[in-house]
Write a new protein. Structure first.
Length: 231
């Protein structure tokens, strides 16, 4: 066998493991509200519904706890974590800094091929915005931002965002469905897309700030109403 014949094609994307699939399903159930804040996550019925072992369910719960979607209470076990406005505000403040900086840096560092990639990504978000399920829409939106961070060379900042991604997705699902938006989330993404490709760092940062500021206002109203109702 020659060296050439021994070369195998690179695997671009590893297949999903059973644990990955279970994590995705439980994450989506929390994000779209099928599991409400405070709901107990009992192993036995989860195993029966998903058709998996307790080991897989326990690993998934620990993973979702690390994402901030689940919390473990003494003498009660795992429950779906609540998300307060104070917590959400911190997340939006972090996004404002990291996404604004990445978008601004991206305008100067973008390659010739980047414009086509970003345009394809924003079209993918648009194609999924009316899906009945959240998963593909949220994946497409996450990919749009990942492209910006990677092109900007802000890999460490993206790692920070990824650690918050479960709660970011939860907030995104909350605000996208709001009826009282001044502008649609899609129009905000297009503004970010257009400003980056125009090469204006100031415009890119401003577009990100406009998007996050409006989302934060919607989340504040919604979360404060929920907290008042539960008080």
């Amino acid at each position: 066998m020659t060296d050439q014949k021994a070369i195998l094609p690179k695997i671009d994307r590893a297949p999903q493991t059973l644990r990955d699939i279970v994590q995705a399903r439980m994450r989506e159930a929390i994000i779209d509200g099928r599991f409400a804040p405070g709901d107990r996550l009992v192993e036995r019925p989860l195993c029966e519904q998903l058709g998996v072992s307790r080991t897989v369910v326990r690993e998934t719960i620990r993973f979702l706890e690390a994402e901030g979607l689940v919390e473990i209470l003494p003498n009660k076990g795992p429950i779906v974590a609540s998300l307060t406005w104070e917590q959400a505000k911190q997340i939006y403040d972090i996004r404002l800094q990291l996404e604004g900086s990445a978008a601004a840096a991206c305008t100067a560092k973008q390659s010739r091929e980047f414009g086509a990639k970003l345009s394809k990504a924003v079209k993918a978000v648009h194609a999924r915005k009316n899906d009945a399920e959240w998963s593909d829409f949220l994946k497409a939106t996450t990919h749009f931002y990942e492209l910006i961070f990677m092109e900007a060379g802000h890999e460490i900042a993206w790692n920070i965002v990824q650690r918050l991604n479960g709660r970011i997705s939860r907030l995104r699902a909350l605000t996208v469905a709001a009826k009282d938006r001044e502008r649609s989330g899609m129009s905000h993404l297009m503004a970010i897309h257009d400003s980056i490709l125009s090469g204006s760092a100031d415009a890119a940062r401003a577009a990100v700030e406009a998007h996050i500021s409006e989302a934060a206002l919607i989340a504040e109203r919604s979360l404060n109403v929920g907290e008042a109702r539960d008080a």
